[in-house]
Design a protein around this ligand. Structure first.
Ligand code: FE2
Length: 296
């Protein structure tokens, strides 16, 4: 990677190379494997009928429920045969430019560590369950797999235009919290939704959040919450539609037209929106996470 590229001020652990990859995957304990199995079983109780079929099929193709934390070598081999992607272990959140570089080369950096029983329900830093269970099955879909690679390439361009926040919003509202239509019904494909039990129900069926058809210009101007359920979810027609709206777009022009800060609040509904469900925002108005408000 070029030496002049912006480097985020993260402190790299001594054993990790410049590519931020761990030399090898963690040796998980029996308890780590048990945590994976319990998380897996919990999601399987929630996701059928709520997760996109591409995700459910991906889980099956990669056989992620065979017990314990998957071995990245085996996973990469299976995934490689399907779409040419691999999964590589990283110690923590990694700097943006390194993250983009891996994606652009069809490598998905996945957190090595797994949460504990104490943080079973919620952790802020993405662990191996969020990264591998939530993200990796989606990479078996050929169009989605291409979108992720193109997203990586788009990252460096966003850095040059100083519009990383806008591109981050796109990632947030698609890769992490995206919804899609399947035979007229809303289904989740975002990893942030798929890796947690509460948001899977809230995003797909909740009365509180808005569900709005995705418009890239609008989404890249929209603020987002990182530590609570989303007030708004954006819905795509298909992965082909997402690809068309982003990759087949002139991002240079788009970046030049974007203001440096977000224009729309994360709960806003604006005139141009194609609204599927206008949320009550009851959960947010009652105080959200920490207030004890029910995620309705
Ligand atoms: Fe994620």
């Amino acid at each position: 990677m070029p030496a002049d590229v912006f480097t985020a001020p993260l402190k790299k652990p001594a054993h990790v190379g410049d590519d931020w990859l761990e030399p090898k995957q963690t040796d998980y304990t029996a308890e780590d494997d048990a945590i994976w199995n319990d998380l897996f079983a919990r999601q399987m109780g929630v996701l059928p009928g709520r997760a996109a079929s591409a995700f459910m099929e991906g889980l099956e193709k990669l056989d992620l429920g065979q017990g314990g934390v998957p071995e990245f070598g085996r996973l990469s081999e299976d995934l490689g045969k399907l779409t040419g992607w691999s999964v590589v272990p990283v110690p923590m959140l990694i700097p943006d430019h390194v993250f983009f570089w891996h994606l652009a080369n069809r490598r998905f950096p996945a957190g090595n560590f797994i949460r504990t029983r104490e943080t079973f329900d919620y952790i802020q830093e993405p662990d191996v369950f969020h990264d591998v269970f939530g993200h990796v099955p989606m990479l078996t879909d050929p169009v989605y797999a291409d979108y992720m690679q193109e997203y990586g390439k788009a990252g460096w361009k966003a850095m040059r235009y100083n519009r990383l926040k806008a591109l981050g919003a796109l990632y947030w509202y698609t890769v992490e919290f995206g919804l899609m239509l399947e035979r007229g019904e809303v289904r989740a494909y975002g990893a942030g939704i798929l890796s947690g039990p509460t948001e899977a129900v809230f995003a797909v069926e909740g009365k509180s959040p808005n569900r709005i058809m995705l418009n890239v210009d609008r989404v890249m101007r929209t603020d987002y919450v990182i530590s609570d359920l989303q007030p708004t979810y954006f819905v795509i027609e298909s992965f082909e539609d997402l690809y068309r709206q982003t990759v087949e777009r002139d991002f240079d022009r788009l970046y030049r037209s974007l203001p440096p800060a977000f224009t729309y609040a994360n709960s806003a509904v604006i005139d141009v929106d194609n609204v599927i469900h206008r949320g009550t925002q009851e959960y947010l108005l009652r105080g959200g996470r920490g207030s004890g408000a029910a995620p309705v």
